[in-house]
Design a protein around this ligand. Structure first.
Ligand code: NAD
Ligand code: TYD
Length: 354
């Protein structure tokens, strides 16, 4: 291990955002050892990392973040000086079906990691960092006006956001109580390649390809603030290296879209890419029963990250959306693979009664 200038555990590296973070760190920092620790749940997929899996500075370790013995063993084996923690149960609809799974992974799993890191580093925090990746959903729901800033009071309203809020509180508590060198970021909705098709954009792309109904919850007036996933990964890189100890950074694209407008834009892009007549895909839109407790609007003020650390999004939304559609259309095997098996029964359970 001595040859690497840093040894970093990235949790959840086989998931959507985690795989982009792993790829960026493995490619940009050949002198760092990157260990991807992931339980490979339904959302984790090693095919997301095919292009870097044989890199000299990359290792994969399969395991659960709740497994104290295994996490301790890996700290001993690799002598980590950094953790970038992304592993989580991440889908709001699944949290409504099974809240306890979210408490176990997001709360207990996070506290286990914090505890092992604290005990392993034994107050010698020089050069150490525990980076916790969180979501803007912890702030609750906005009306038509205003933005979430780093000082907005927490007001989580779904089992998913409540579990992420709880984990954020534990991370900050470990900083205040034990001096653990932490940094937290809260990001808005991501989109891009390797996104599991239970979430809005990849679900709609997949359904349009197969001419299946496009289930828009409620009236489609809910608003989300969308960020290209590679811009999120870049922000994580900058915050990991330059963020202030104990600090929080909001990450977002200043890119709000009403769901129904986004789905219409996606339909238009897909008609063009699939050589279908304009208006074909939009005919598939169906308004379905709303999500219980559906947050109305998320919007991030990312001024602090821009002013203090110089980050800004690199892509306009339509450009990012076109890139994303192109990726899904040229990676049919990936989507076929992740939508076989468990996905079908989830889809059935989630959408058949709506
Ligand atoms: P994802 O569901 O695509 O991936 C989660 C990964 O964590 C998977 O690889 C899964 O196998 C792994 N995992 C789940 N439970 C585990 C456990 N108990 N032990 C070890 N590994 C486990 O999630 P994502 O969308 O990539 O989100 C990653 C992180 O970013 C999460 O913490 C999420 O809260 C946060 N986040 C996501 C978004 C978004 O738009 N997707 C936005 C802001 C923040
Ligand atoms: P989602 O991608 O699940 O992210 P989040 O709920 O964490 O923001 O959903 C984005 C928005 O799209 C949200 O307002 C719910 C809505 N939505 C639909 O209308 N239909 C769907 O099938 C899904 C999955 C989401």
């Amino acid at each position: 291990m001595q040859n690497f200038s840093k040894k970093i555990m990235i949790t959840g590296g086989a998931g959507f955002i985690g795989s982009h973070v792993v790829r960026l760190f493995v490619n940009n920092y050949p002198d760092y050892l990157i260990v991807n620790y992931d339980a490979l749940t339904y959302a984790g997929n090693l095919n997301n990392l095919k292009d870097i899996e044989s890199s000299a500075n990359y290792r994969f370790e399969k395991g659960d973040i709740q497994d104290e013995n295994l996490v301790k063993e890996l700290f001993e084996k690799y002598q980590f000086d950094g953790v970038i923690h992304l592993a989580a149960e991440s889908h709001v609809d699944r949290s409504i079906l099974d809240p306890l799974a979210f408490v176990k992974t997001n709360v207990l799993g996070t506290v286990n990691l914090l505890n092992v890191a604290k005990n392993f580093w034994k107050n010698d925090y020089n050069g150490k960092r525990f980076y916790h990746v969180s979501t803007d959903e912890v702030y609750g729901s906005l009306g038509q006006e205003g933005f979430f800033t780093e000082t907005t009071a927490y007001d989580p309203r779904s089992p998913y956001s409540a579990s992420k809020a709880s984990s954020d509180h534990f991370v900050r508590a470990y900083h205040h109580t034990y001096g653990l060198p932490v940094v937290v970021s809260n990001c808005s909705n991501n989109y891009g390649s390797y996104h599991f098709p239970e979430k809005l954009i990849p679900l709609m792309i997949n359904n349009i390809v197969h001419s299946k109904p496009l289930p828009v919850y409620g009236k489609g007036d809910n608003i989300r603030d969308w960020l290209f996933v590679e811009d999120h990964a870049r922000a994580i890189d900058i915050i990991f290296h330059k963020g202030s100890n104990g600090d929080t950074y909001n990450i977002g694209g200043f890119n709000e879209w009403k769901n129904i407008d986004l789905v219409h834009l996606l339909c238009a892009v897909m008609d063009e890419k699939l050589n279908r007549a304009a208006g074909t895909s939009a005919k598939l839109i169906q308004f379905v029963t709303d999500r219980p407790g559906h947050d109305m609007r998320y919007a991030i003020d990312a001024t602090k990250l821009n002013k203090e650390l110089g980050w800004q999004p690199s892509l306009q939304f339509e450009e990012g959306l076109r890139k994303t559609v192109d990726w899904y259309l040229s990676n049919e095997d990936w989507i076929k693979n992740v939508t076989s098996g468990d996905y079908q029964s989830y889809y059935q359970k989630q959408y058949s009664d709506r």
